[in-house]
Design a protein around this ligand. Structure first.
Ligand code: ZN
Length: 170
């Protein structure tokens, strides 16, 4: 699901660029030369199309300690983040941060990965957790026994989504 959010945007973008004449990797390089002129989904998709010369993974998604990937990961945040209509201000930034974390599982702790993954549906409906809510889930995940962790956190996030839909902007 996470990959599709990025891939759909890339396909649409690619169609605007003579897809028969411009190879995808060339287009990706063009985008990454000016990340601040493109939507973050396009920038993330462009990284997926290039290989890291240092670690051989998809650029920006390599293991801990790959300096080329770390550098690329830093640059991705230059991209444009536009809140979708009806979304809470700052929602788009939260969506992109969560997606970027979820897509780099090897550099993230298991509990953070779980929290990020669980919050994503809430973010995708345009909502934003309050600081209090975010802390509550994060504490829950840290304190819960491993076997119960996912279920407890899922429940907490399901409750948020219920609340957000009941009191939401529309
Ligand atoms: Zn790398």
């Amino acid at each position: 699901m996470v990959d599709r959010i990025i891939e759909d945007e890339w396909s649409a973008f690619r169609q605007t660029w003579h897809p028969d004449e411009v190879p995808e990797s060339t287009l990706a390089e063009l985008v990454l030369a000016e990340p601040d002129r493109h939507d973050w989904r396009i920038v993330d998709a462009a990284y997926d199309r290039l290989t890291c010369e240092e670690c051989g993974e998809r650029l920006s998604r390599g293991p801990v300690g790959c300096s080329a990937c770390d550098l690329a990961h830093g640059f991705r945040y230059a991209a444009i983040e536009t809140d979708r209509p009806g979304a809470q201000p700052g929602n788009e930034h939260a969506v992109r941060v969560n997606i970027s974390v979820v897509r780099r599982p090897r550099v993230t702790s298991e509990s953070e990965l779980l929290a990020r993954r669980l919050v994503l549906p809430l973010l995708l409906i345009g909502s934003l957790p309050t600081t209090e809510q975010a802390q509550r889930v994060s504490t829950l995940i840290k304190k819960a026994p491993a076997a119960k962790r996912a279920r407890l956190a899922e429940q907490a996030v399901a409750d948020w989504i219920g609340q957000a839909q009941a009191s939401g902007p529309g």
